[in-house]
Design a protein around this ligand. Structure first.
Ligand code: COA
Length: 373
């Protein structure tokens, strides 16, 4: 089997930032207007009054302080509460292709490669803006990569699962260099009227190059020592958005067509699965957790990450051991652990080990053990 490396990574950060305070102001204005409009039903007990959100709660419960979005117009308007993203003609580059290419160009530059050196392109993210033709094929044409391209969706584990696919393809020889791109445009799927989740997501794009070790020229390369996936069905993180929605017009616009979750249940159920999954992988690889210089973890919730860090490494851990990016970026679905990897790997020297790990809807867990070349 061919040995495999990740030889470059890239990050595209959208132009607009939204703070917790801005979101909360808009949400609370919506709540006040709703409660005033429905005061009679609320007073008679027929309807529950909506409660205010708070920036302090958001930061304490999640670690999120702000998020980036591609389009800010509309999000903070209490009468709109969604990004107003204009439709584009079919011959224009889609938004996902546009931001995916920006991240991919950085990853190629780090890997010292050109687009024509790539065979497959995999676009992996929580949502694609259309079903077909694949965003990956659009990117293939726009960048001039060779071979083939496809999209895949595994919610928050899309990036790690796609890296596993890429690693398998390179190991077996069906590909030599794969571009994995994660254009995560989550903001259109946020229910900005839902107190429990209005603050959770942001937009971003990340990319990595996965290539045969014997071909790699980049000084940024990391050997892939182990890559594993795990899934277990759960309805606790769900979006019912899909191509069949319009066939039931009475329900097509209901809130279940947007992101919704049982955050507490996710916390309780997913953590033990993550521990078990990582224990098994580390035992198989005969690696002790304290050998990791860094954990590049999924970025959904700071408290959840701290549980994973403490379970693996104990209490006395510096912040740099498991860097947090969700304070600035919020939850960016599958891109979160790749942002952490991209921003926090420059201090690695030959032989240093790191763990890239995602977890989320499905449930799904993807974990990749990397060693600096
Ligand atoms: N502002 C103020 N208070 C709020 C609030 C808001 N926006 N949202 C909820 N609250 C209140 C609740 O009403 C509740 O009040 P109560 O105790 O009086 O009933 C209290 O805060 C705690 O709510 P809870 O939903 O239990 O908060 P939490 O500590 O579980 O934090 C999440 C919520 C979503 C941040 C957290 O559960 C989480 O991130 N879980 C992991 C989810 C995950 O990883 N998902 C993957 C997504 S891809």
């Amino acid at each position: 089997m061919n040995k495999v490396v990740i030889s470059g990574s890239g990050l595209y950060t959208p132009p607009f930032s939204v703070s917790n305070e801005e979101l909360v102001l808009s949400f609370n204005t919506y709540v006040d207007e709703f409660n005033a409009q429905h005061s009679t039903e609320i007073e008679s007990g027929g309807l529950a009054a909506l409660s205010h959100s708070s920036a302090e709660f958001i930061e304490k419960a999640s670690g999120i302080k702000s998020r980036y979005v591609m389009v800010k117009d509309g999000i903070l308007d209490p009468k709109v509460m969604m990004p107003l993203i204009a439709d584009k003609p079919s011959d224009a580059l889609s938004m996902q292709a546009e931001i995916g290419i920006k991240a991919a160009q950085q990853a190629l530059e780090q890997a010292q490669l050109n687009a024509e050196d790539i065979d497959p392109v995999i676009v992996a993210c929580a949502y694609t803006q259309r079903s077909y033709p694949a965003i990956a094929i659009e990117i293939q044409q726009a960048m001039g990569t060779k071979g083939f391209a496809y999209d895949m969706l595994v919610a928050c584990s899309s990036a790690t699962f796609a890296i596993v696919n890429a690693v398998n393809a390179v190991q077996s020889g069906t590909a030599s260099r794969v571009l994995v791109i994660n254009p995560e445009i989550c903001s259109p799927q946020v229910n900005y009227r839902d107190r429990d989740s209005h603050f959770i997501f942001g937009d971003v794009a990340t990319a990595v190059v996965v290539e045969r070790a014997s071909l790699a020229q980049s000084e940024h390369a990391f050997n892939v020592l182990s890559s594993q996936c795990f899934t277990d069905f759960s309805n606790n993180i769900r979006s019912n958005f899909g191509h069949i929605n319009r066939c039931d017009p009475n329900n097509a616009e209901k809130p279940d067509k947007l992101f919704h979750q049982q955050g507490r249940k996710v916390f309780k159920e997913l953590l033990p699965m993550i521990y078990q999954h990582l224990d098994k992988q580390l035992a198989e690889e005969q690696i002790q957790a304290n050998e990791f210089k860094r954990l590049w973890l999924h970025q959904a919730n700071i408290n959840m990450n701290m549980f994973v860090v403490r379970k693996l490494l104990g209490d006395n851990v510096t912040k740099l051991k498991a860097p947090v990016v969700l304070d600035e970026y919020a939850n960016t679905a599958s891109a979160g652990s790749i942002i952490a990897f991209h921003k926090y790997n420059q201090d690695f020297t030959t032989g240093d080990l790191g763990l890239l790990c995602s977890f989320g809807a499905g449930y799904s867990i993807g974990s990749i053990i990397l060693e600096k070349t």
